[in-house]
Design a protein around this ligand. Structure first.
Ligand code: SAM
Ligand code: DTB
Ligand code: SF4
Length: 347
């Protein structure tokens, strides 16, 4: 049982992990988890939708697409001060990372000064910053990095084979290109996907293979269970067997031993016992706060209770200023930046 960092996974091999006896799989995942993390600590992030609804994209799972009638009220880009107020509240309740999401295909140049002010303000509070704004160009990624953005969330969502059944307005390669731009700018990557969209086990394996075979594993891997929102094309998808979801978490942990695996959307539908098994399987991050972007998340009181019952403590902010991590990110940046017009921006 080795925790070597691999980037050569195959779908067949991962399918075999899905076929393992449940207890063997969980034991393997928990053993690897303990080699890299304190098993009784969970990182806590808070989400805020900074621009809601009316998105031109057609992601079939998403309540924010303008193409589906989900009854969601659209909201323009939030004022910077309002965003900072929310971040202060998140900090008060113990979150260490503040994630800001926008229902955009990509940010427009005119939006950048506002999101930059948001990053600077949140960062000044001592919170880690994360944004998810859709596709990014290299230049935009560099601007966000310069403003102090720690993480960029951009999910691959599913396997390359199933992807076209879910989204047609941007390609899988577009997503990979954005992840490359984020990496080249020297930011941490947050990328994962969704379980429960009607995909096969091989599609779940295919997603994890794509993530784990990236040049560097994403620092953060959110595994979402589909939140079925009425009006979206996936609103009548079948329930996911909780054991299948837990297996996905365990396999993500085994394949990406040092990444934070986030038990992400869908917790409201999960029992405490399912969530506990997800933590056992190696999940070590959650969204905390009663709202995700537009749908609900468990009440903070419920999460405090659950942590208490399990003896779990929220993790204190990780110091990504540590030299080894910074120099690893900066090596990647320099390599790419030398060929780029934007070298001055990062040097
Ligand atoms: N618009 C940007 C984008 O798509 O890149 C950022 C926001 S988007 C809402 C971020 C992610 O939320 C999606 O990639 C998807 O994985 C997740 N998500 C959206 N709706 C969901 C749902 N109903 N259930 C589970 N996850 C969902
Ligand atoms: C991620 O993987 N999950 C979060 C975050 N990244 C941005 C979003 C979940 C959204 C769930 C549906 C909603 O609340 O609109
Ligand atoms: Fe738009 Fe993002 Fe929702 Fe897709 S997931 S419809 S890009 S907000």
């Amino acid at each position: 049982m080795s925790a070597t960092i691999r980037h050569d996974w195959t779908v067949e091999e991962v399918n075999r992990l899905y076929d393992k006896p449940f207890n063997d799989l969980l034991f393997e995942a928990q053993t690897i988890h303990r080699q890299h993390f304190n098993p009784n600590e969970v990182q806590v992030s808070t989400l805020l939708s900074i621009k809601t609804g009316a998105c031109p994209e057609d992601c079939k799972y998403c309540p924010q697409s303008a193409r589906y009638d989900t009854g969601l009220e659209r909201e323009r880009l939030m004022e910077v001060e309002k965003v900072l107020e929310s971040a202060r509240d998140a900090k008060k309740v113990g979150s260490t990372r503040f994630c800001m999401g926008a229902a955009w295909r990509n940010p427009k140049d005119r939006d950048m000064p506002y999101v930059i002010k948001m990053i600077e303000g949140v960062k000044a509070m001592g919170l880690e910053t994360c944004m998810t704004l859709g596709m990014l160009t290299r230049e935009q990624a560099l601007q966000l990095k310069q403003a102090g953005l720690d993480y960029y969330n951009h999910n691959l969502d599913t396997s390359p084979e199933f992807y076209g059944d879910v989204i047609t307005t941007r390609t899988y390669q577009d997503r990979l290109d954005t992840l490359q731009n984020v990496r080249d700018a020297g930011m941490n990557i947050c990328s994962g996907g969704i379980v429960g969209m009607g995909e096969s086990v091989s599609d779940r394996s295919g997603l994890l293979v794509q993530l784990a075979n990236l040049e560097q594993h994403p620092e953060s891997v959110p595994i979402n269970m589909l939140v079925r929102v009425i009006g979206t094309p996936l609103d009548s998808e079948q329930d996911v067997d909780p054991f299948e979801f837990i297996r996905t978490i365990a396999i993500a942990r085994i394949m990406m031993p040092k990444s934070y695996v986030r038990l992400s959307a869908g917790r409201e539908e999960m029992s405490e016992q399912t969530q506990a098994l997800c933590f056992m399987a190696g999940a070590n991050s959650i969204f905390y706060g009663c709202k995700l972007l537009t749908t609900s998340n468990p009440d903070t009181d419920e999460d405090v209770q659950l942590f208490r019952k399990l003896g779990i403590k929220p993790e204190r902010a990780r110091d990504y200023s540590d030299e080894a991590h910074q120099s690893m990110l900066m090596d990647a940046v320099r390599e790419k930046a030398e060929e780029s017009l934007f070298y001055e921006a990062v040097s």
